[in-house]
Ligand binder design. Structure first.
Ligand code: BF8
Length: 662
């Protein structure tokens, strides 16, 4: 395997990759190497497996087949493949939203030891928005109506999503003109799947617009419902201090890691882990305590609301087990590598799957049901305690790295801090942008991808943005990458931010990079943009705001959906790697150029994170000029720093050549 320094910029991960190699344990990067050369057809989006006359593939060099057996053109194949991938992501987010409703309904019965209505302000705000009566009713009664209302939104068969009323008028006009206004979440996902069946929709533009509609149903529907309902049930996050990286694991305590996405079980485990009886049990087994930590978006959920430390992001799930001190890893859904169960052969860690939707051969399956959430949570903690004694001291190796961070920002409070306690509004943010002290705002989100040096792209991009006075909002594994690098500590402003952003962070005591949650919480970035529009002075629609988005190391289908709803909501969005559409010039141009006329924003593909950041800054500056705003108050010289192409990128072009030659 390549030198670990080329695989990740995170020292804790470098140490664990080296450890894996010493122990001859195969991990993601080894499997990536074994996969070379990867399929260039797949990467370009030009293979079709939608019927058994194929698989068909189009010759990217124009010498061979230019159509599938059914006659589908390369443009149709590429557009159809993109839609199918996006639907996988939209479905995952939206089903996550649906899965939280049963817990809300249990809370509304008022007698659960696991679930209570903890976000009363949010409950009232949503009830008022959706015309759910509140007068002379208990919170539980209101919550029950809200739960049923949101279930109906997910399964709506007629009309459009209620949340469309949250969207600025110009975005609604764009969507109406294209006939992409989101309807029911399930309906738009099922319709999209139908469109991709052989012999249904063969118009590439229409297919791409189908993906726009499904993505909007995710962003303003499924994901937004997941965020809203989590805030009602588990409480609205508050800025909270915590720590991030593998160094949060403890040698002398029971370590239980929650990994996955939905907070319905992990939030209850937080309570179970501080149960006095279980703590006493842990002590009786020789442990000094019970240490709970998270991986991936579950980590973000319980960080935001409880300050639980983060052990790592997507590419660290195997590395956490290799520390030899993870007694139990509880998993639910999404972004869980099947490989982790294989690590049980070398390490004492017990992998416990809990979702009725996701079973992992080799894992212990303890199915989670909301009705007995606390009982299940305590059972999981007990299993971790019992497994503590099975650690092999010779295999224990915990990297020391961990960084302090502040997480837990929300749309409701994120920029109201700028106004102080007595003037909470987005006005100071908009004033800061209008005066040029702040250049703009960026959302940097998304995954890790083993094809690209772990965390490097997030860190380089975010540092370039804040150096140029662009405040950064983050979610998902991108947020974890920046937290581990110290960019979410208040002191980060002094070290990395430009003068304007630094002044603001110093005055308010916030970091220049703000953690707004898990991947469904990208909906918080949409609603923050709506608040900026409502406050006025920096654009009367989202596409006019000096804002931009990015996913610099994306890998999951959910990221395609997120990117699409950012763009369709008016946010210019840069991604790496490119979407798998480069086999069709037509589709690529539609997404990166024509969309400007359709939606007021486009996608852009750029591997180099500094160049990608510059594309975002140039876009922000262009928006500032269009609005007649002054140039940024503190201009920072551009320091081009071209990164070396990743070995995997070279392999990609070789793969196209290799696979098309046979
Ligand atoms: O939903 S950022 S790797 S963990 S897909 Fe997955 Fe990507 Fe991480 Fe969260 Ni989002």
């Amino acid at each position: 395997m390549a030198d670990e320094k080329n695989l990740t910029v995170d020292p804790a991960s470098q140490a664990m990759i080296e450890r894996a190699s010493e122990m001859e344990v195969f991990i993601a990067w080894d499997r990536l190497e074994a996969q070379q050369p990867q399929c260039g057809f797949g990467r370009l989006g030009i293979c079709c497996r939608n019927c058994t006359m194929g698989p068909c593939r189009i010759d990217p060099f124009g010498d061979g087949a230019d159509k599938g057996v059914c006659g589908a053109s390369v443009d149709t194949i590429v557009a159809r493949n993109l839609l199918r991938s996006l639907l996988g992501g939209a479905a995952a987010h939206s089903d996550h939203g649906r899965d939280i409703v049963p817990a809300l309904l249990i809370a509304s019965e008022g007698n659960s030891d696991a679930y209570k209505i903890r976000g009363r302000n949010k409950l009232y705000a949503l009830a008022d928005e959706y015309d759910i009566p509140r007068a002379d009713r208990t919170d539980e009664e209101v919550a029950k109506d809200l739960g049923h209302f949101l279930l109906r939104e997910l399964g709506k068969q007629e009309g459009v999503l209620a949340n469309v009323m949250r969207v600025p008028e110009q975005q609604q006009k764009f969507w109406a003109a294209l006939d992409v206004t989101p309807r029911g979440v399930d309906r738009d996902i099922v319709t999209g799947m139908h469109m991709t069946h052989i012999g249904v929709d063969n118009d590439p533009e229409h297919l791409i617009l189908g993906s726009v509609r499904a993505a909007l149903a995710d962003g303003w529907g499924g994901s937004m419902i997941a965020t809203d309902i989590s805030d009602v049930l588990f409480g609205e996050p508050q800025p909270t201090r915590s720590m991030a990286n593998l160094g949060v694991l403890k040698e002398d305590e029971v370590n239980l890691i929650v990994h996955g996405h939905e907070p319905t079980l992990s939030d209850v485990i937080v309570a179970a882990a501080s149960d006095p009886e279980l703590m006493a049990l842990a002590e009786s087994k020789g442990a000094k305590g019970i240490n709970l930590a998270g991986i991936c978006c579950t980590a973000n959920e319980i960080l935001m609301r409880h300050g639980i430390p983060i052990a790592g992001n997507f590419l660290q799930q195997e590395l956490a087990i290799i520390t030899g001190v993870v007694d139990v890893m509880v998993v639910d859904v999404q972004c869980i590598m099947p490989a982790i169960t294989q690590l049980q052969e070398c390490f004492h860690t017990k992998i416990i799957s809990t979702s009725p939707k996701a079973k992992f051969p080799g894992a212990t399956h303890i199915e989670f049901h909301e009705e007995d959430a606390m009982e299940t949570a305590k059972q999981l903690v007990r299993l971790a305690i019992e497994n503590y004694a099975n650690r092999d001291p010779a295999k224990v190796c915990i990297p020391k790295q961990k960084e302090a961070l502040i997480g837990g920002f929300t749309t409701e409070d994120i920029f109201t801090f700028l106004g102080g306690r007595y003037r909470p509004s987005y006005r100071p943010l908009n004033d800061g942008i209008q005066s040029g002290r702040l250049r703009g705002v960026a959302g940097v989100v998304g995954c890790n991808n083993a094809r690209f040096t772990h965390d490097k792209y997030h860190l380089e991009m975010v540092k370039e943005l804040i150096r140029n006075d662009v405040a950064v909002l983050q979610t998902g594994c991108s947020a974890i990458a920046c937290a581990k690098a110290g960019l979410m500590a208040p002191e980060a402003a002094e070290k990395y931010a430009g003068e304007g952003l630094r002044e603001i962070c110093r005055e308010v005591g916030i970091p220049p990079v703000l953690h707004v949650g898990s991947c469904v919480d990208n909906s918080r970035i949409l609603t923050a943009a709506v608040e900026m529009v409502k406050e006025g002075g920096i654009g009367d629609s989202i596409d006019k705001l000096p804002v931009a988005g990015a996913a610099p190391e994306w890998m999951s289908e959910k990221a395609i959906s997120i990117g699409m709803y950012f763009v369709a909501s008016g946010v210019f969005t840069v991604v790496n790697p490119p979407l798998p559409v480069r086999g069709s010039l037509y589709v690529e141009e539609l997404l990166t150029k024509t969309f400007e006329n359709y939606l007021g924003a486009t996608w852009a593909f750029e591997e180099d994170p500094i160049k990608a950041a510059r594309l975002m800054i140039d876009h922000i500056d262009r928006k500032r000029r269009d609005l007649g705003l002054p140039p940024p108050r503190y201009e920072v010289p551009y320091q081009p720093k071209t990164i070396q192409p990743e070995p995997a990128a070279e392999v990609a072009s070789a793969a196209v050549t290799a696979t098309s030659a046979d």
